[in-house]
Design a protein. Structure first.
Length: 174
């Protein structure tokens, strides 16, 4: 009986040794193959590096600073705002401050219908709201309503800019 116990112990030890050798061999093989692959894909010239950086760059950035105005569209030769004066959105290519503000601030919800926002140009969704009157729509946009924050979440917008945006949205829904 003593023979069988020592025989089974040595058999287990042999299998453990074989398993360790296989694991080490696989790890070495993986390491060698990984080094061969990565050595072959390292770009050598600046143009290739630039192309790769352009493909993998982030699409946008998250800003946790205070909300700012949408970037104004300034006509060539137009004067810049005075020092300390914040830029006002100018009429975009279509000539409409409301459209420019909508495209910069409101489009995230009102183009997709996110959080139950009525979509731009959806006559059925906007008809009951328009029937309440422009003053009600202006107040909703200025002070917020349901999931929409006051001034679309950009408190730096002027009341006139918000009203122009509401006018733009209403015109699209008529």
């Amino acid at each position: 009986m003593a023979n069988t116990k020592s025989g089974s112990k040595s058999s287990v030890a042999k299998w453990i040794l074989i398993l360790v050798i296989v694991v080490v061999a696989v790890a070495l093989l993986q390491s060698i193959l990984a080094n061969r692959r990565s050595a072959g894909i390292v770009p050598q010239d600046a143009a290739t590096v630039k192309a790769i950086e352009d493909r993998i760059k982030p699409l946008g950035e998250v800003s946790i600073a205070a909300p700012s105005r949408p970037a104004p569209v300034v006509a060539a030769g137009a004067d810049a705002p005075a020092a300390g004066e914040s830029p006002k959105p100018k009429a975009g290519p279509a000539g409409n401050v409301g459209e420019t503000t909508f495209n910069a601030i409101c489009t995230g919800c009102h183009s997709t219908g996110a959080l139950g926002a009525p979509k731009l140009g959806d006559k059925a969704a906007w008809a009951p709201r328009i029937a309440q009157g422009m003053d009600v729509l202006y107040t909703s946009a200025l002070k917020g309503k349901n999931n929409m924050p006051a001034k679309g979440g950009n408190p730096s917008l002027s009341d006139a800019e918000i009203k122009a945006t509401v006018d733009y949205i209403v015109a699209a829904a008529k």
